[in-house]
Design a protein around this ligand. Structure first.
Ligand SMILES: Nc1ncnc2c1ncn2[C@@H]1O[C@H](COP(=O)(O)OP(=O)(O)OP(=O)(O)O)[C@@H](O)[C@H]1O
Ligand SMILES: [Mg+2]
Length: 261
């Protein structure tokens, strides 16, 4: 199981972003992380994936554990290859000037050559649309197609755990729904998923458990059902009105602090 324990992370030695975060991503489940802009979601994914040094960030306390082994000091390439964790960045990176086929092959750098064609066939089964785009340059794909490609590229590394940073961002609702269906199917096929999302409704509908992070601290956690029914989550993340006067006043103050509302 992937877990983080009491993680404290700073950028540029002084900017404190994660202030003692602990959470668990149980094997075989979808775990969701909700939080406002700037709460530290992406920073947590960078930390798990060994990317902090790239951003001048550092763990000053705590650990990322996989089955009891601390991953703190490992480079991302080791985390992909040995520990089978893959991270899809918020920016959906693809090689724009390479074709879909070349992108998928490039992503398979950690795999033996003999396995690559079988793996591409598996990805195309999940994303049949990519099949007709194999010779198209990735730069010409639509946002939804690019997101399919990044997930396809991630699958080429044969992950056990997938870290997804806001996969539905900027996608049309219909494409978003299709995407969450795919996420659910990948999980049913055994993939463990840690999902950072702003689309709380869609995320909680596929997840088993979830956490809410605010100002670098986990302020709430529970099963997806518990979170869906939680008053604050309903109000701040699901846009469902409710609560008495006192709560409403609190909510207004709360909302002013949030850039996402
Ligand atoms: N490389 C960096 N150097 C300094 N500060 C950074 C760096 N990267 C992020 N931050 C700061 O850390 C805080 C958390 O950023 P992070 O990207 O983790 O938030 P987030 O929850 O992913 O937000 P969003 O929903 O907007 O993606 C923000 O205040 C951000 O400005
Ligand atoms: Mg982010």
């Amino acid at each position: 199981m992937l877990s983080v324990e009491n993680l404290r992370v700073v950028y540029q030695e002084v900017i404190s972003v994660l202030q003692g975060v602990s959470l668990k991503v149980p094997d075989g489940e979808i775990t969701v992380l909700l939080g406002a802009n700037g709460a530290g979601k992406t920073t947590l994914l960078r930390t798990i994936f060994g990317l902090l040094p790239v951003y001048d960030g550092k763990i000053i306390e705590g650990n990322v554990f996989l089955d009891g082994v601390s991953l703190n000091r490992f480079h991302s390439s080791v985390i992909v290859k040995k520990y089978r964790i893959t991270y899809i960045l918020e920016e959906r990176p693809v090689f724009w000037y390479l074709t879909v086929d070349q992108n998928l092959k490039a992503a398979a750098f950690s795999r033996p050559n003999r396995e690559i064609s079988g793996e591409i066939a598996r990805v195309l089964k999940i994303f049949p649309k990519l099949g007709s785009l194999m010779n198209t340059k990735a730069g010409f794909l639509s946002g939804g197609e690019q997101q399919m490609l990044t997930i396809g590229m991630a699958l080429m590394t044969k992950p056990k755990i997938l870290l997804l940073d806001e996969p539905s961002l900027g996608l049309a609702p219909l494409i978003g729904r299709e995407l969450f269906g795919i996420i659910r199917n990948l999980n049913r096929d055994g993939l463990t998923i840690f999902l950072v999302e702003q689309n709380a409704h869609a995320a909680l509908s596929v997840a088993a458990r979830g956490y809410v992070i605010e100002g670098g601290r986990i302020v709430l956690d529970g099963t997806a059902q518990e979170l869906i029914h939680n008053k604050d989550v309903r109000e701040f993340y699901l846009g469902v009105a409710g609560g008495d006067q006192q709560r409403f006043r609190d909510a207004k103050r709360y909302k002013r602090r949030k850039r996402w509302l």
